[in-house]
Write a protein that binds this ligand. Sequence first.
Ligand code: ZN
Ligand code: ZN
Length: 345
Amino acid sequence: MRHENLDGVLVTHLPDIRYLCGFTGSSGMVLLLPRRGLFLTDFRYREQSAREIVGLKTIVYETGPEKSLLKTLGDDGLLRIGFDPEFLSYKGTMSLRRYLKGKASFVPLKRSLTLLRARKSRLELEKIRKGIRIAEEAFRDALREVERNTTETDLALAVDTVARRKGAEGPAFETIVASGLRGALVHASPSRRRLRGAAVIDWGVMYEGYCTDATRTVAFGRVPDAVRKAHLLVLEAQERAMEKIRPGVRARDVDRAAREVIEEAGLGDAFGHGLGHGVGLEVHERPYVGKTSRDVLEEGMVITNEPGIYLSGVGGVRVEDMLLVTSQGAELLTTLPRTLDPGGY
Ligand code: ZN
Ligand code: ZN
């Protein structure tokens, strides 16, 4: 608030709200003022918020948050309230401005609140590590169940089901299984096709609110030489990125280090996405690790390292690990091997 010359901040993005006060429901907002904080929600969350909210006064509204805000802000004169423009709609902003005319002016924050969550605490790291353990066990078990006629959908379902049984709250995103030529589709949904060739498997679980994210490429039967070469290149790119990572380094320079390996092999165009992203309460969050990122790495950030090579009409490869930025450099959180051989897991 001091930094942006504000009298208050309105928080509307649910992961930010969860981070600030522990609320896990689907509807609510937080108003932070210099000396107090309010949590506003609707009647469905009366019970749940009473159990979960720590440190804020809860207001349960009947017809929308605007009237409650009006009452709360009282007669302190015109307050400058910041909001994160990425997470409050045009309609929502207009409605607040109309209701609170003369009491509050709403100004977009320059620095996103999501950045508060980029560095993980010891407790958050514990949850993330546990999530990774569950995700990896699920991957191993699911691979063992693969038979001649297993389809992409079967494998994706097996990963999700095992993870759930082992304590995951659910998948962090829709599990991707894309084999053979479909491996060239970066975000393919699993199909009813039998697994064959190199299969890109990208999966993650949610554990106590925290996400995990990893990818392995595994060969079921024959794999074209171009895909095998691409796999080796991707591993080399990952290693270059690992060497580059330390606090104070620009995220875009880490992307660059990995990208150079793939560009030098003449496959720069086949690596069309960013190298990685932060992971936490959201599966994709700050910092962004890509060509145009302005983020700088800090100790305690958890990020992915996921170079990929997608060859149209041939197949695709992606390998993705999660890692922690420490004062010493990158610490790998993912523990799975990276081999193409499904027997190697
Ligand atoms: Zn992923
Ligand atoms: Zn990812």
